[in-house]
Design a protein around this ligand. Structure first.
Ligand code: C2E
Ligand code: CA
Ligand code: CA
Length: 883
């Protein structure tokens, strides 16, 4: 799995960048604007400060200018010369002084107080220093006025102070103008400037007039020209203000200057300026009083104008501050909105996407989790797609799991899966399931094959035992016995021999079907092998019922069978056994078999029931078998050897090994008495193995001993059961290997009936011959082998049965001659058994029989007693034909 690229940007960071870039831009723009606004605000603020300073200083100036009037009034009252200069007589002055003195003192006091207050008001403003300096000068003047100083000098000094203050006021206004005022600000400052000028003239008009009339002639002349300047200046300034001032300023100004006091002052000063008429004392007081009132009104107007100027000049600062507030508020709102948008984007886009990515990774890692749906439509679409994928993967997994759990029949695995992947998976699951079904079918059929006979489809021997076992279990529970019929076909071998194996098979099929049709539904017909069958009857009512069934079976089997265009006929011998309390399946089969055996012996085509006699026989057999088993281990079995003579030379070529049981208390028991018992079980194979080893060891012994017994061949009898066993090959090979005897010196004798009965016998014999071992057909003539079959049989030697040799008569002699010549034409050697008489020998010699065996030459004897007979054989008469 590829790790995510380290350089890849997460959605979160991209969104953050998307939001932060404009936010940073906004912040810097706001910064610039704030800076600019602050400059504007600072400029406006300082302009306002300057205007306020000008206003305050102007108030000081106006107040100082007013102080001159009562000072002059006092000096008039206190100086008789001054009064006379004014045309006032001394007596009336004293009266007036008595009358007006306190008023003037009062006026002076209030004007001085106003000056002091105006000075104090400048504290903390740029005008403070100038006001304080002026106040100091004024304080000195006040002192000199009260101490009766020179009025003219005082007056000049006052004028100087006022002129200085006037210049300073102008300087402050200029400083305000320097702060690049806006329209309203500039207009307000211009109003103030004009009002200032007019006020300055107005405040000087009356003092200068009074100065011109009350002072010494030199000073008075100067004062008069100054008065005329002030008078003219006031009118020009008044006209200028009225013409160019703003409406508010003009209205305020006019109200202040055209009141009663203003009119009185104008009347007197106009007359004084135009005609130069002398001032009467009442006029003097009227003028000073009116002047004070007018100046107070003017002052009020100027203060108003000044306040407006301050307001107008500081307005940009307020506006800037307000703008700033708005701007910051807007920026704040914008930031809040941005943050909210970010939160929303994070919550509704980034988070669902992040979750989806995590889920996609989990799915990639094979975790089939529930995919949550959320976020914007596109994300939901992807989530739905992923959820659908997970769902179909889950179904794939569920189906695969079901297959793995073997639940291949569940509906789940049959449901088709979505998409092309689903189609492929479903196809492979279907394929897998059908493969499983096929395997199960094969297994079932194999199981069927293992438990059933391929030819007749009936249960085979193993299955028969299972069925009997089950029936016995049920019978034990229900206390009802199980019946077993052992059916052994009669004359089946003849059919096989005469019509061929295919016909034999067909007959078996027909007969099986007939038996199945004869029994009840619950009863089972099984084929044990060859022409042996059993019928399991459950429950078995009584012996009679079973015997009747047996008879019906015999009738069914015995009916003619059509094989192609020919008709064949077989019969059956049946043994019946019924289970007892402790009967095992093997035992029940054995009992039925024993009964069938007796049926066969008692003339075939009959039903025999297992009875006490058979029981005794069986138990004797069982005893014998047990004893024989021990005998084999205990070394009670011995081999006797009977010489086989070469009839052409009369010498002994080999011996046949024949088993004897040296049974304690019984003497030497002949094989006929125990071999049939041994053949009922694998014990016969153990005996065969023992005989093989024993006989070959004996050859080795003789070879080693030397003499006439060295180099003999040996024939060992092998039973059908042993021949059918796979391990016969190993047994023979082991015996050969252990003894070191050449295989060609060993002949295995197989009775003719075995060759016909055992289908695998021929293959086994072929394999044995490939070892180099020779095979002889024993007891030839007792079975049903036709001479025509000989070339197909893997054999080397034919042993003609004793009965043919011993039975007298020309017919038999002819038959023997025929067999011998047939065998020779198929390159088989012939041994004649049971030769007891010379005549028999001679006719065999005449028939060109190769070898002979019989009491005539020697009886079978213990190895120690073996001596090899020799016989002079007469040459064959010329007519007998040479071999
Ligand atoms: P068989 O293979 O046909 O053996 C020949 C039998 O004929 C022997 O009987 C032998 O003693 C007997 N015999 C030989 N010459 C004469 C004679 O001139 N006149 C008469 N009347 N009998 C003669 P035995 O030894 O009693 O064996 C009987 C059968 O037992 C054998 O018949 C063979 O089928 C079987 N048998 C013997 N030994 C073995 C063995 O080791 N294994 C197996 N499977 N069967 C054996
Ligand atoms: Ca034999
Ligand atoms: Ca024989």
């Amino acid at each position: 799995m590829r790790p995510p690229s380290r350089r890849s940007l997460t959605l979160q960071r991209s969104l953050m960048a998307l939001v932060l870039v404009p936010v940073l831009g906004l912040v810097s723009v706001v910064g610039v604007v704030v800076d600019q606004r602050r400059d504007v605000s600072v400029a406006a603020e300082s302009a306002a400060v300057q205007v306020r300073a000008a206003v305050l200083l102007d108030t000081v100036r106006g107040s100082v200018a007013q102080e001159v009037v009562p000072v002059l009034a006092q000096s008039v009252l206190s100086e008789p010369t001054t009064a006379s200069a004014l045309g006032l007589d001394a007596s009336s002055i004293a009266g007036i002084a008595a009358l007006a003195g306190p008023a003037i003192t009062q006026q002076l006091h209030s004007v001085q107080t106003a000056t002091d207050e105006a000075v104090t008001a400048t504290t903390g403003t740029p005008a403070a220093a100038e006001a304080t300096a002026a106040a100091r000068t004024v304080a000195a003047l006040r002192k000199s006025a009260t101490t009766g100083g020179d009025a003219t000098a005082t007056f000049d000094s006052y004028r100087q102070v006022v002129a200085d203050l006037t210049g300073q006021v102008d300087a402050h206004l200029d400083a305000a103008r320097d702060q690049s005022l806006d329209g309203p600000g500039a207009r307000a400052v211009a109003d103030l400037d004009r009002a200032q000028e007019a006020t300055t003239y107005a405040s000087l008009e009356v003092p200068l007039y009074l100065g011109s009339v009350s002072l010494d002639p030199a000073t008075a002349a100067d004062a008069r020209s100054s008065f005329l300047q002030a008078w003219g200046g006031y009118r020009a300034a008044d006209a200028d203000l009225t013409a160019h001032g703003s409406a508010d300023a003009v209205t305020g100004w006019r109200t202040a200057t055209t009141g009663d006091a203003g009119k009185q002052v104008d009347e007197i000063t106009n007359a004084a300026a135009l005609s130069g008429t002398a001032l009467s004392l009442p006029q003097f007081f009227t003028l000073t009083t009116a002047n004070t009132a007018r100046n107070a009104a003017i002052r009020g107007a100027v203060v108003e104008i000044g306040d407006r100027a301050v307001a107008a000049t500081s307005r940009p600062a307020r506006r800037a501050a307000e703008d700033l507030r708005h701007l910051l508020l807007a920026a704040l709102v914008l930031l809040v909105v941005t943050a909210s948008v970010m939160v929303v984007v994070h919550r509704f886009i980034a988070r669902p996407l992040h979750r989806l990515a995590a889920q996609a990774e989990a799915v990639r890692d094979g975790e089939l989790l529930d995919v949550a749906e959320g976020g914007p439509r596109e994300v939901r679409t992807v989530a739905r797609g992923l959820a659908a994928t997970v769902a179909s993967l889950r179904r794939v997994r569920a189906q695969a799991q079901a297959v793995a759990d073997g639940e291949i029949t569940s509906d789940l695995v049959r449901e088709p899966l979505a998409g092309s992947l689903g189609a492929v998976v479903h196809a492979s699951i279907t394929q897998m399931i059908s493969a499983i079904h096929e395997r199960e079918r094969l297994q079932a059929s194999m199981a069927h094959q293992a438990s059933h006979d391929a030819l007749t489809e009936l249960p085979n021997r193993a299955e028969a035992l299972v069925l009997i076992e089950r029936a016995l279990h049920r019978s034990a529970r229900h206390d009802q016995p199980v019946g077993l019929l052992f059916v052994d076909l009669d004359h089946f071998k003849q059919v096989n021999d005469s019509y061929g194996h295919a016909a034999g098979d067909e007959l078996l099929r027909v007969v099986s079907a007939r038996m199945e049709a004869t029994v009840r539904g619950g009863d089972a017909v099984c084929r044990l092998g060859g022409d042996e069958f059993v019928v399991v009857v459950e429950p078995a009512e009584d012996h009679r019922q079973l015997v009747e069934l047996g008879e019906r079976l015999i009738a069914a089997v015995s009916a003619p069978v059509l094989l192609g265009d020919r008709t064949a006929r077989v019969g059956a011998s049946i043994g019946v056994a019924v289970s007892g309390a402790q009967t095992s399946s093997e035992r029940l089969l054995q009992e039925a078999d024993a009964a069938a055996y007796r049926a066969k012996g008692s003339g075939r085509g009959v039903v025999e029931v297992f009875d006490d006699e058979l029981r005794r026989e069986l138990s004797a057999q069982a005893e014998t078998e047990e004893a024989l088993r021990e005998a084999l281990l205990g070394g009670e079995l011995v081999l006797h050897y009977q010489p086989v003579l070469d009839l052409a030379t009369g010498g002994t070529a080999g011996v046949e090994a024949l088993v004897r049981w040296n049974r304690p208390g019984h003497g030497l028991v002949p094989p006929d008495e125990f071999i049939p018992t041994a053949e009922r079980s694998d014990l016969i194979c153990d005996i065969g193995r023992w005989a093989l080893g024993r006989a070959l060891d004996q050859l080795t012994w003789w070879d080693t001993a030397g003499g006439e017994l060295a180099g003999l061949t040996v024939a060992v009898n092998i039973s059908g059961r042993h021949l059918a066993a796979r391990y016969l090959l190993d047994d023979v090979a082991d015996a050969l290997a252990r003894s070191g005897i050449d295989p060609s010196r060993l002949t295995l004798e197989i009775t003719e009936t075995v060759l016909v009965d055992e289908p695998t016998a021929l293959d086994q014999l072929t394999a044995l011959r490939q070892f180099g071992v020779r095979i002889a057909i024993d007891d030839f003539g007792t079975g049903y082998t036709s001479i025509g079959q000989l070339p197909r049989l893997p054999v080397d030697v034919l042993k003609i049965d004793r009965s043919f040799v011993s039975t007298p008569g020309e017919g038999h002699a002819d038959l023997v001659r025929l067999v011998i010549s047939a065998a020779h034409s198929f390159h088989l050697g012939v041994v004649a058994e049971g030769i007891e008489e010379d005549g028999q020998l001679q006719s065999l010699i005449d028939a060109s029989c190769d070898s002979g065996q019989g009491f005539l030459f020697a009886r079978p004897v213990d190895a120690a007693d073996l001596a090899l007979p020799r016989r002079e054989v007469s040459p064959s008469p010329p007519f007998a034909g040479a071999r």
